[in-house]
Design a binder for this molecule. Structure first.
Ligand code: ATP
Length: 431
């Protein structure tokens, strides 16, 4: 195939399609040469739309990005020192732009020195052949296909292959990337590449990579649809323990992750446009059997943000008790609410996956779909306005009111106020 224009026309949404044409027009106008590369071209052949586009610019990527911003409203971040820029548009469309460059690795795992160069050299610094295909975007040359390293053939055969012998030595993170792509696409790592990968593992090259870089790459595993497959393969290649020390990849954990993956295909975040934190979700499942101090150690090692760490710990601590309590059947709505209210959203999903009986699962989904947002319509302010004086009973009364709302005993502002006044009268009579 010499020209990818028909494939682009067929595979992309109208919106992305129009943006790419506009981009091609801008590059022509500004005398830049711009190419779509990497995952975008690979996914085009696989019939998948990739909204995170990697672009190589012959000329300055930063200057090109600035010229784009004039016609495409978005948020632009430029890294002049590295000759890269990222333009984030609406609806999850991202253009990652790099100035075509050549890389030199002084030491294994170290960041490379770079020099401005051509498309071909830029493609040679990439991880695997399937990620080295490129497509010209300039108007007039739109769609011209470049495949210097046999990427198309490897993609058709389902092969992950490095471009040169020292690839894993130069950047050991490619070990994890190879495994991730292999498992994502159900491909195989080509024989020689696998031998190089195994050698790199035996020589413990991943230890040479900074923890920040390592765990940034590891995070990506949890954004895949089937992390359990990738972790199983890491374990098979003796890498799991290196990446997650103090943790074991048992059959039980694998089944737990698989149940979680299944649940994720069945339910979606309640709030439209919101996504779960997959790292929190999967790490909570992965570390479920570990002691608290080991979880803290791993969260620290993996550079989790404070909120992520607290969520993993809270999920781990609360779910066993919650699942035990939810065995009760029937269970009152208010009991259900107060059991689950403090659990992070990711904890609810994991609880569904770990629920041993269908009625427990039913309880959790009922909470999520019908109770979670069921709150009294009056607030403390309404109580003050109704002449009720703030005091120790104030909070107690609001909780009782919430219970009554959850149980469906009262609804609407008027009934709620009436209920509260009655409660206060009773309380005063008791005192
Ligand atoms: P995904 O579908 O996961 O987004 P991608 O191929 O787009 O996959 P990115 O991580 O976004 O992957 O990287 C973009 C491109 O940069 C890749 O296609 C690859 O060519 C290159 N790349 C990324 N990381 C490396 C690396 N460690 N070594 C060499 N090339 C890399």
């Amino acid at each position: 195939m010499k020209n990818l224009a028909p494939l682009i026309n067929a595979a992309l949404s109208k919106e992305l399609h129009a943006l790419i044409y506009l981009l091609g027009y801008c590059s022509q106008q500004g005398s830049f040469k711009v190419y779509a590369v990497g995952g975008f071209v690979r996914d085009l052949f696989l019939g998948r739309e990739n909204r995170d586009m990697d672009l190589v610019v012959e000329g300055s990527a930063v200057d090109f990005a600035k010229s784009l911003l004039k016609v495409m409203p978005g948020t632009l971040r430029c890294y002049e020192r590295f000759g890269t820029a990222t333009l984030v548009l609406s609806k999850g469309i991202v253009f990652d732009m790099v100035t075509a460059r050549k890389e030199f690795y002084a030491a294994p795992g170290a960041l490379p020195a770079v020099e401005q160069s051509t498309l071909k050299n830029d493609l040679f610094r990439r991880d695997f052949t399937i990620n080295t295909m490129a497509c010209a975007l300039n108007t007039g040359d739109f769609g011209r296909f470049y495949d210097y390293f046999g990427g198309r053939e490897d993609l058709e055969k389902g092969i992950i292959r490095v471009l040169y012998k020292l690839s894993f030595v130069d950047d050991p993170l490619r070990i994890i990337r190879a495994i991730r792509f292999e498992q994502r696409f159900d491909f195989v790592i080509e024989e020689d590449s696998l031998a190089l990968l195994t050698k790199a593992i035996n020589n413990r090259l991943l230890e040479k990579v900074s923890k920040e870089r390592l765990y940034n790459e590891v995070r990506l595993i949890f954004r895949e649809p089937r992390p359990s497959k990738i972790l199983a393969r890491l374990d098979e290649l003796n890498l799991f323990k290196e990446i997650f020390p103090r943790s074991v990849f048992s059959q039980e954990i694998k089944s737990r992750l698989q149940r979680l993956e299944q649940v994720l295909t069945e339910i979606s975040p309640k709030e439209h446009g919101k996504t779960w934190n997959y790292l929190v979700l999967f790490l909570s499942a992965l570390f479920f059997d570990l002691a608290e101090h080991d979880i803290k150690f791993l969260c620290h090692l993996m550079r989790l943000k404070r909120k992520e760490r607290l969520d993993v710990l809270s999920i781990r601590e609360n779910i066993p008790f919650i699942l035990l309590q939810l065995q009760a059947h029937p269970i009152s709505s208010s009991r259900l609410y107060f059991l689950l209210e403090d659990l992070p959203d990711e904890g609810l999903v994991l609880a569904v996956a770990l629920a041993s009986q269908p009625h427990i699962r039913g309880h959790i989904l009922f909470y999520r779909d019908h109770l979670m947002e069921k709150k009294p319509s009056i607030t403390g302010k309404d109580l003050l306005e109704a002449g009720i004086k703030p005091g120790p009973v104030f909070n107690k009364v609001l909780i009782k009111l919430h219970e009554a709302v959850l149980e469906g005993k009262v609804s609407g502002k008027e009934e709620e106020l009436g209920f509260v006044k009655l409660l206060i009268k009773e309380q005063c009579a008791e005192e």
